[in-house]
Design a protein around this ligand. Structure first.
Ligand code: TTP
Ligand code: MG
Length: 358
């Protein structure tokens, strides 16, 4: 079955909330953030963007670009409550909601709670509800995967509603500048430009081995995106109880230095995954599978407080402790795995959700 995925991204989120609450701020260039000293712009309304004012820009630079710029203080706690209200609307349509930030989420509406046939009808309704009930404008993208739904929501911003049906996907992606692709930041974009890759169409000319040569692990993702393929599920974090990774080695390992090296690689990968998913947990588990396929696991709980996401060096220290506990002697190892899980008593929520109170 073709999936129906919606990506919602609120327009100029913080600034629009301030405009909604104070009509005197409407229609004039507005930035949210500290005006003076070392202040930065969190976001600017579209009037200010015409002058080149952007998120993360220093306030002094923003003022140079737009001398009439009005600044208002950021009220982060308040924006969180607005975000939670928006999520209440989403929940009327589906349980499968993946929050990306306060103002952005993916919804899988393939089997939606309202039994609505078309994704575009749901997106239109959600936009309307956000406008009527909350007084804000959202852009929505609809497609059969996350990659395309996100591109679609960005396509006609602000107040956008764009659908990319399967038959248009390849053409759509062909024309996209690579900068718009997921995971392509300025450094990767510059690298692609050096190879003559400016659009999805250019990217498609490269084979997977060629892309691997230049982009390593990320190559498969670029290769797939250039072909409008993205099989990642919409992950509603509430369901996720653990997050981990494992490596099966080309040859069995038993040398202490080699084991440590592999453990470090695993920790780096796990730390990256946890950051990407905004996931934290209380229990770390090491899995060791030996050459003879017997397997042991060693765990430790209470590894970090609250919703702190452990970094690679903390993971490495703990993983080494677990390895010592495992006391594997010189037995050759075929696979190592490392995962973080929620303790039974812990709230089964991602840091983002805890912080959003969703
Ligand atoms: P965005 O969705 O990136 O920006 P936006 O909603 O203001 O504008 P649009 O989607 O119409 O382009 O980010 C959402 C909010 O997150 C934004 O209103 C302010 C905040 N934010 C920061 O605090 N710092 C940043 O660097 C960025 C990009 C956003
Ligand atoms: Mg936004």
């Amino acid at each position: 079955m073709v999936r129906k995925i919606i990506h919602i991204d609120m327009d100029a989120f913080y600034a629009s909330i301030e405009e909604r609450d104070n009509p005197a701020l409407r229609g004039i260039p507005l930035a949210v953030g500290q005006a003076d000293g070392r202040g930065v712009v969190t976001t600017a309304n579209y009037e200010a963007r015409r002058f080149g004012v952007r998120s993360a820009m220093s306030s002094s630079k923003a003022r140079k670009l737009c001398p009439n710029l009005t600044f208002v203080q950021c009220r982060f706690e308040y924006y969180k409550t607005v975000s939670a209200q928006i999520h209440q609307i989403f929940k009327e349509y589906t349980d499968i909601i993946e929050p990306i930030s306060l103002d952005e989420a993916f919804l899988d509406v393939s089997n939606n709670l309202r039994g609505i046939e078309l994704g575009i009808d749901i997106a239109r309704e959600i936009k309307q509800r956000i406008r009527n009930d909350i007084g804000l404008i959202a852009s929505a993208g609809v497609s059969y995967n996350k990659f395309l739904a996100k591109i679609a929501s960005d396509y006609r911003k602000p107040d956008g509603l764009c659908v990319i049906p399967p038959e248009r996907a390849m053409d759509f992606v062909a024309k996209m500048p690579v900068e718009a692709f997921w995971g392509v930041g300025p450094v990767t974009a510059a690298k692609m430009h050096n190879l003559g890759i400016y659009t999805g169409e250019d990217l498609r000319k490269f084979s997977l081995p060629e892309l691997r040569l230049h982009f390593g692990k990320a190559a498969k993702q670029y290769f797939d995106f250039a072909r409008a393929i993205d099989n990642r599920p919409v992950e509603s974090y509430r369901e996720r109880k653990s997050n981990g990774c494992e490596h099966t080695f080309d040859h069995d390992i038993s040398n202490k230095t080699e084991i440590e090296q592999q453990l470090l690689l695993l920790c780096n990968e796990l730390a990256e995954r946890l950051q990407k998913h905004g996931f934290s947990g209380h229990t770390l588990t090491l899995k060791v599978r030996f050459a003879d396929f017997t397997q042991i696991t060693r765990s430790m709980s209470g590894i970090c407080r609250g919703t702190t996401i452990p970094d690679s060096s903390l993971l490495f220290t703990l993983a080494q402790e677990l390895m010592n506990k495992a006391d594997i002697q010189e037995k050759p190892i075929r696979l190592l795995g490392l995962s973080i899980s929620k303790s039974d008593s812990g709230k089964n929520l991602s840091p983002l959700q805890m912080y959003l109170d969703l």
